[in-house]
Unconditional design. Sequence first.
Length: 399
Amino acid sequence: MPNLVKWDSCCGCSACANKCPKGAISMQPNREGFLHPVIDDTKCIDCKLCEKACPGLSPAYNENAERKTFVVQNCDDRVRYESTSGGAFSALAEEIIRRGGIVFGATMTDELKVVHFCVETVEGLAKFRNSKYVQSEIGDSYLQAKSALEEERWVCFSGTPCQINGLIKYLGRDYEKLLTVDVVCKSVPSPLIFEKYVEHRRKHEGVLSDIVFRDKKRGFQYCTMAHYQSHDKRKQADDCYRKGSESDEWLRLFLSGKIARRSCMNCSYQTLQRTSDITLGDIWETGNSQLDDNKGTTLVHAWTPLGKEFLEKAQEKAKVVEMQNRDNGTVRKNTIMLYQNREQLFEDAQKLNVDAFFAKYAPYSMTIMVKQYSRELLWRLNLQTTIRKVKHFIIHKIK
């Protein structure tokens, strides 16, 4: 039997399952809702290919990575509004489509489940816009990507740093027509707890068909979690729920790290030897008043010649400005601590009703209420951006 990485270091990338020639490995959720490989010993031929593909056993590194940093804003205001930051990914992916290629990314299904998916049209790229703060299921996306690459088609594959690492390890060799794009990642939270959150919100809102984790109706500086009863209502910005990171239960649990995957506690994939061609992240202030328009800007790190080539091509669809290298979370500092009541939290997730669970672990306290209404007041008085600038100035001055 193969010896895969220990369960608490497994990132759930599914490289092993995609690599197994006999289909002996399936990805099954553990009690916390995270997918882990399960080996069927009646099918396993002990070829060890899964071990070679596992990034947890030996992560891939690009020792020749030479970073160049850019800020990017898509020229299409609609695309930029729908995107988490500046719409850089859409500009990059459109070039892949133009070359007859295929694009992979995370999308949310009609059942509000986050999975990896592929598209071959510019219109299809809308599925990938806006961050999904849940770990996506890779499924057989690595297999599909390899099949397209073997047909000598261009492929853009986007995901978290560990998912890109898993793809590189799975492929086992370089492909000239593969563009990999990862994101600055805090951690991946539990799909199980997200299911509970959806159930919780549906009890209070009724029909819930669409969730936007970083909605810009109040601007980029005050992105909010927004819920919509239909896709059409989302297009009309007609939300049935809207709260910021200071008050929404899911965002507070996610940002606290309480429900992060165990492997995220010691992430080894966010380094300056990035295996991806491009890394995307937020940048709240560029220092350029023309760019800082509260509509969103993407900080882009290009690590390889291919990444830099696509950034140049992106200038046909977006404003691309080179700037001095800025980390902005590029190198992981391993600051997530294991929540001391983690075992109880996930036990309660199984036995408590959803309202009781969130009342216990993400209570709407007086402090939360004050934060929520203070932030909303600042937004209504158009002081949100000013306060953020003062806050950042103080933080950077102390540092």
